[in-house]
Design a protein around this ligand. Structure first.
Ligand SMILES: [Zn+2]
Length: 133
């Protein structure tokens, strides 16, 4: 049986490859929970970014981070302006809900961070080619 074996897939090209593993965070946890309980598929697959796709990944990640920042700034501005225009607790609740909504919206194109610390520790075993980062 190979059920216990962990396959690593590159999140950029989708191929089964080895590379830098994705950092486990709450978004990954939520996605995993969703797959397990809603889609009923528990996979042991691990997401990585292969060496070839690292420059592409960096571009994706940068775009995601800057876009998320815009969403959050926008949400905070909504809260502030909302409170100036109509300083009531209901307005605040609406604006906070909007802020949360914008935040969730920003996660649609989620690009997780990479576990570079782990990568550095296990570097000897990872690649034979020299780094071109
Ligand atoms: Zn790849």
């Amino acid at each position: 049986m190979q059920a216990k074996k962990q396959h690593t897939y590159c999140m950029v090209c989708g191929k089964e490859k080895t590379g830098i593993s994705v950092k486990e965070d709450y978004v990954i946890d939520i996605i995993r929970w969703f797959k397990k309980t809603v889609l009923r598929s528990e996979s042991h697959n691990l997401l990585v970014v292969c060496k070839e796709d690292y420059p592409v990944y960096k571009k994706y990640r940068k775009r995601f981070v800057s876009r998320q920042r815009i969403y959050i700034v926008l949400g905070v501005l909504f809260v502030i302006f909302g409170m100036i225009i109509s300083p009531f607790i209901t307005t605040l609740l609406y604006m906070l809900a909007l802020l949360l909504f914008l935040y969730l919206l920003s996660l649609i194109n989620y690009v997780p961070a990479l576990d570079l610390m782990k990568y550095k520790e296990g570097k000897k075993t990872v690649g034979k080619k020299k780094d071109a980062l």
